[in-house]
Structures are given as C-alpha cells and as structure tokens.
Design a binder for this molecule. Structure first.
Ligand code: SAH
Length: 219
C-alpha cells in the first residue's frame, strides 16, 4: 500500500464537510466530531483513495477487509462515551483509523488484529510517536486480552456471531461494550453495560453492515 502523508487545505476542507455530514446524520458528541476533524483519514488509505477519502463510505484496506465508514466509527465511538484515560479494548485493528480516533480522545487503546499482514502494517503506523497510547496485538479477538483486563470500554469493529463471553468477563463493573451482532445479512448495534453487581443491561440501536468477526488467527 502506498500512502501520501500530506494534509493539504483541500483535505482539511473535505474533512470539515465530512464532520457536517456526520452532524446531519445525528452525531452530537463534540469530542468525537473534533477527533474526526483532527485525524487525516486519507493517511489510513492507499493513495488511490486520496480524492474520495472523506466520502462517508467504507473502503478496501487489503486482505478482504475494510476501513469502516466514518458514520459507523463516529456512531460506535459516541455510544462508548469515551472519557480521557479510559482503558479501551478494540477488536479488529484493520487500518488503525478507529484506534487513532480513540487515542486522540485520550483513551488508552489495546487493539487486536487476527490478520497477520494487517497486524504487521502497524510497524509503519505514521502516528506511532504521536499516539504511544495505542498498543497493538496479534491474536483472536474472541479471546480478548486477559493479561491487560479489565477494560472500561470494549469496541468490536467486525460482525460478531454472538457476544463473546470472554469479552464480557474482561469488562469492568460499570463498563460499556459496543458490538454489532449478526441478524442475517446485517448487524444490530448493541451496547452492553455491566452493572456494579455484574448483571448486564443491553440496549439495541441501528442496523449496520460489517465484515465478519472470524475465529483464530490468519497467517
Ligand atoms: N477498526 C478497523 C475496522 C477494520 S474491519 C478500522 O478502523 O479500519 C474489521 C477488522 O477486524 C478486520 O481487519 C479483520 O481482520 C478483523 N477481525 C475479524 N475478526 C477478528 C478477530 N476474531 N480478532 C481480531 N480481529 C478480527
């Protein structure tokens, strides 16, 4: 993948327009909108997508995977109610765009990727020194990260066939998990709150379309 790391006035202008589109679609969390306005999304895509990187669309990132649509990133991040210093587990590193949005908002991000090639790409991650608060792991998201648990927030960025029990275990009391769960061809966005006594409170949101969450590692 060839990338161009130059943030022109045109890119910045397109990014502002994207933020307005997200506002019109119902995103209200100012911290989310600021992060989207700050992070150059075209840095996470092949240079072939440079001109269209700020359209509200998913794009291919290799290995049959995609960078999520900005609306989806904003929607999931808003549901997570991110606060500075939250410890967040992300399943599905992909392009690292979602991880970077969380890091820009002040979270400590632990992100897992199962595709070796995508995982290895993080070694060239442009913002390595700007966001040392992102830690990368090669593994199976169904297992979570027992060593670093528990987490304040957990975000799953692939279509989950069911709610992974180990991820529930790794959530702190009063913690939130945002997960798209399969309903046939589409997924229902679900937010789970683990209450102080350990019981779960589940809220249902809109339908989305993600690439599948797959078991095991690849590569
Ligand atoms: N958050 C990413 C979205 C990438 S698409 C971004 O901002 O670009 C979803 C990613 O989840 C893919 O890279 C896919 O390889 C990964 N994935 C799917 N199942 C997984 C699993 N069980 N564990 C970890 N990663 C997984």
């Amino acid at each position: 993948m060839r990338k161009i790391y130059e943030d022109s006035y045109q890119h910045k202008g397109l990014r502002k327009q994207l933020v307005n589109v997200l506002k019109e679609k119902g995103i209200t969390d100012e911290n989310v909108l600021n992060a989207i306005n700050t992070i150059p999304r075209h840095y996470f895509l092949d240079s072939a997508f440079d001109k269209i990187a700020y359209e509200d669309r998913a794009f291919p990132i290799g290995e049959g995977q995609t960078i999520s649509q900005p609306y989806t990133v904003a929607y999931q991040t808003q549901l997570l109610q991110i606060k500075k210093n939250d410890k967040v587990l992300e399943i599905g590193t992909g392009s690292v765009y979602q991880s970077t949005i969380l890091a820009e908002m002040g979270a400590w991000v632990y992100t897992i990727e199962r595709q070796k090639k995508l995982f290895d790409a993080h070694k060239q991650f442009y913002f390595r020194s700007k966001y040392p608060n992102i830690k990368f792991f090669y593994g199976d998201g169904f297992e979570g990260l027992q060593t670093f648990a528990p987490f304040d927030k957990i975000i799953i960025t692939a279509a989950a066939p069911f709610i992974p029990p180990k991820l529930i275990q790794q959530l702190k009391p009063n913690g939130l998990m945002v997960i798209p769960v399969d309903e046939g061809d589409v997924q229902r966005m679900i937010r789970i709150e683990k209450l102080a006594d350990g019981t779960l409170d589940e809220e249902k949101f809109d339908l989305f379309s993600f690439v599948p969450m797959l078991t095991g590692k690849n590569g």
